[in-house]
Design a protein. Structure first.
Length: 366
């Protein structure tokens, strides 16, 4: 169709992990659990639910377009000026605004192959040239990315920890990398899983750095359990934020999304419970995979990526689990067709996973 640019015609659309509703459409009323999208198995904070209920009567009014209250709360928590904070419809929404704000002419993008597919879709949809650097042993090759920088490079995307591998780069690796990055290159540092890095002494928490050419993105979709509300936030130099505010849609996130996020920030007990549950259950899942000779990648997140010998075995593994009512994430769309991502659930969900595994293992070679 002549109305559609060639790069859009050739674009592969993002395909999300199966939802429970999608499962029900295919399998009827069969029970299922979803361990595919790295959602919080505890749900969301009761305070968020209560605050949403209290404000639902105001849904006839447009949201606060500046997001002042939520931005102020975030700036207070992180000891920043409000002008260093932006919010949006998920961190992907802010990524999209970054692309529209800062790319022009013959600018280039660099990131890692097999990293977050949401950014890959945004980069491909932008029409700008992108270089995708292969990973090394499922880790970002920061030296390889630095080697790709030229006078046209404008944006570099880094996810730390990474999705879908769960790996992270260290302080020393990050410091060495940033020495090679010109000030004119903007770094998108995606820290969607930041809260789960607790206890990793060599993790480079971006808030201890103050680079003028980095925008840090975080989200309420993971540890805060607000994936359905689509709220993300970012920290950056006030000049970057000022220009992003010109481009972002005027009424995002939605009113109830902002209210739910505000309440979530106040519920430290819920976040603590979420982190501890993940730590405890991840250890048990590691032990289970070790006992059953399943290869996996050590994770700094709330998921574990399993590694199979080939795509055929991985595909059979995922489909067999689906038949048992357990929704996992085949990573073929990420370019890792031999891998499956398993979200760490609560104890009951993980028990169901293990029971399904005992049935699947009789039918599938791993």
């Amino acid at each position: 169709m002549s109305l559609v640019p060639k790069h859009i015609q050739e674009l592969k659309p993002y395909v999300a992990g199966k939802s429970k509703k999608e499962f029900k459409r295919k399998f009827g009323n069969k029970d299922s659990i979803k361990l595919a999208s790295n959602e919080n198995p505890l749900g969301c904070s009761p305070q968020s639910i209560q605050r949403v209920q209290n404000h639902i009567k105001n849904c006839n009014r447009y949201p606060d377009s500046s997001g002042f209250e939520l931005r102020q709360k975030l700036s207070d928590i992180h000891d920043l000026d409000i002008n260093n904070v932006i919010i949006g419809s998920g961190s992907e929404g802010i990524m999209s605004n970054v692309m529209r704000t800062f790319l022009s002419n013959d600018d280039k993008i660099i990131s890692s192959m097999n990293s977050f597919i949401g950014f890959r879709v945004l980069a491909d949809a932008s029409g700008y040239h992108a270089d995708w650097v292969p990973m090394k042993d499922y880790h970002y090759d920061l030296d390889g990315i630095a080697d790709k920088i030229d006078n046209k490079t404008k944006i570099i995307y880094l996810a730390n920890p990474d999705n879908p591998t769960g790996t992270y780069f260290t302080k020393n690796e990050f410091d060495s990398f940033m020495e090679k990055v010109p000030d004119r290159v903007l770094i998108i540092l995606d820290e969607a899983y930041y809260e789960y890095t607790e206890g990793l002494d060599d993790y480079p928490d971006s808030m201890i750095y103050r680079y003028d050419n980095i925008i840090t993105l975080r989200t309420f979709s993971k540890v805060y359990g607000l994936a359905g509300f689509r709220v993300g936030y970012g920290f950056a130099h006030e000049d970057l934020i000022m220009n992003l505010m010109k481009v972002k849609l005027p009424f995002e996130p939605a009113t109830l999304s902002q209210e739910a996020a505000l309440a979530a920030l106040n519920d430290e007990c819920f976040m603590r419970d979420s982190i501890v549950l993940n730590m405890d259950e991840k250890k048990l899942m590691y032990s289970f995979f070790d006992d059953n000779d399943v290869s996996y990648i050590k994770s700094a997140t709330n998921f574990i990526t399993l590694v199979f010998d080939d795509e055929v075995s991985n595909h059979a593994f995922c489909n067999s689990f689906l038949e048992e009512g357990v929704i996992l994430r085949n990573l073929k769309a990420f370019g890792l067709g031999h891998c499956t991502r398993v979200t760490i659930g609560n104890s009951d969900e993980n028990k169901i996973f293990k029971e399904a595994f005992s049935k699947v293992i009789d039918r599938v070679s791993i």
